[in-house]
Design a protein around this ligand. Structure first.
Ligand SMILES: Nc1ncnc2c1ncn2[C@@H]1O[C@H](COP(=O)(O)OP(=O)(O)OP(=O)(O)O)[C@@H](O)[C@H]1O
Ligand SMILES: [Mg+2]
Length: 395
């Protein structure tokens, strides 16, 4: 997908308010009616039509009719703009360069931040696949909440960022995480090539051992990659491997941990045999080699990416067979069952600079005063660092 960063410059505050109003309205409405957009954006209803028409022309939103009314939806480009606006306000993205990857579930661009250093922007795009099987996984979602592409893509980015942070802090070979907002992450640009592109190497045994050691070291830290293969391993010129993508990472206490561990090991054995004609009788076994000594799985859970979100993402991935190997039969832990944070309609405080971006939300509470459409008037809405909605009952 094209990412037209230049158009960001031509966005007015009102455009962003309307886009953000549609984003917020989508939490409770599949298609957001114009009066609600006017209310949420604090713009006059007479005035918003112009902005809506303009945003449709620029393909940032789309109009759709239900049996009852005509309303509006964000499309990916609109969601991209909201994320980019926030990331550029924070200085993490100043300009967007070439696209270097189009994955099944992501678009990857080289970007530069305010410090002019190059980095990588990865936009998660889970809705690129259909949501065909998700209805079988309804148990994982609130009955009135459809697992939208927006929500699942945001969870997927939050997961990747949470794992990347914890792994990086503990000295694992992963890109340095820089920032995250909505469905986007910004990370270090690596000077390395995917293992799948490498036809020959001098010492396959050395790389084989390093990769098996990495699987074992992860397990000793309480983690299993779950998709450890030639697509998600980059190799630097000096031959050292880096892990780049963790769509299916799970804890070693996951019910199917042994299965995932063995599958990761088998992926590497099979690839080395096929590509380099290399076979070894030595390979790690879960029962012998995966004794947990550290608890990075617990640390990730404490980082803001919750167990509940992990379970929802797994349910979605299982139903859609997301991931590079596309062979993943998952099962799920069922310990926690607290309700999802619920998303409410909100109205901005009068603040000309308030474009609804996460930075604005981070500054605190958002007024809800005349949101007559809201069915829960006695709550205050706050947002945490990752943009999750926290609804607190007023005393
Ligand atoms: N930090 C990075 N530095 C350099 N290149 C990167 C980086 N992250 C990703 N890439 C490039 O983008 C490709 C896809 O990245 P990634 O695996 O994260 O996305 P994906 O959606 O799983 O895509 P795919 O389906 O192709 O695996 C990688 O194979 C690599 O070539
Ligand atoms: Mg990948």
């Amino acid at each position: 997908m094209k990412l037209d960063a230049k158009a960001l410059r031509y966005m007015s505050t009102e455009d962003f308010r309307v886009l953000t109003a549609i984003e917020i309205g989508s939490r409770n409405h599949d298609i957001v009616p114009a009066p609600l957009i006017a209310q949420l954006s604090r713009l006059r209803s007479g005035g918003i039509n112009k902005f809506i028409t303009d945003l449709i022309k620029r393909k940032l939103i789309a109009s759709e009719s239900s049996s009852k009314y005509v309303g509006y939806k964000l499309v990916y480009a609109g969601y991209d703009y909201l994320a980019l606006k926030t990331l550029s306000k924070r200085g993490s993205v100043a300009s967007v360069g070439n696209q270097i990857g189009v994955g099944k579930e992501s678009d990857i661009f080289v970007i530069a931040g305010d410090n002019e250093e190059q980095a990588v922007l990865k936009l998660h795009r889970l809705g690129r696949l259909s949501f065909r099987n998700v209805k079988n996984k309804r148990d994982y979602f609130r009955p009135d909440q459809s697992p939208s592409w927006m929500y699942m893509s945001r969870l997927s980015a939050m997961k990747e960022y949470a794992f990347m942070q914890v792994l990086h802090q503990h000295g694992f070979p992963v890109p340095k995480p820089i920032d995250q907002n909505r469905h986007c992450i910004v990370m270090e640009l690596l000077d390395a090539h995917p293992l799948r592109q490498i036809e020959k190497i001098g010492e396959p045994g050395k790389l084989y051992s390093e990769l098996m050691d990495l699987i074992v070291r992860l397990a000793k830290h309480g983690l299993i990659h779950g998709d450890f293969n030639e697509f998600n391993i980059l190799i630097r010129d000096d031959g050292s491997p880096i892990l780049i993508d963790f769509p299916q990472m799970v804890s070693t206490s996951h019910a199917n941990a042994e299965f995932y561990f063995n599958r990761d090991v088998d992926c590497i054995r099979t690839f080395f045999k096929r590509r380099f004609g290399y076979e070894s009788v030595l390979y790690p076994k879960f029962a012998l080699d995966a004794n947990k000594e550290f608890d990075l799985d617990v640390q990730v859970a404490a980082s803001g990416f919750t167990k509940k979100e992990q379970t929802q993402l797994e349910a979605f991935m299982e139903s859609e067979q997301v991931g590079d190997s596309n062979t993943t039969p998952h099962s799920h832990d069922e310990e926690e069952d607290e309700d999802l944070p619920s998303d409410e309609e909100i109205v901005y405080a009068d603040d000309n600079d308030n474009d609804g971006s996460e930075d604005d939300r981070e500054t605190g509470r958002v007024n809800e005063d005349d949101a007559s459409d809201s069915d829960d008037d006695d709550c205050d809405i706050e947002y945490d660092r990752l943009g999750n909605t926290i609804r607190r009952k007023r005393a």
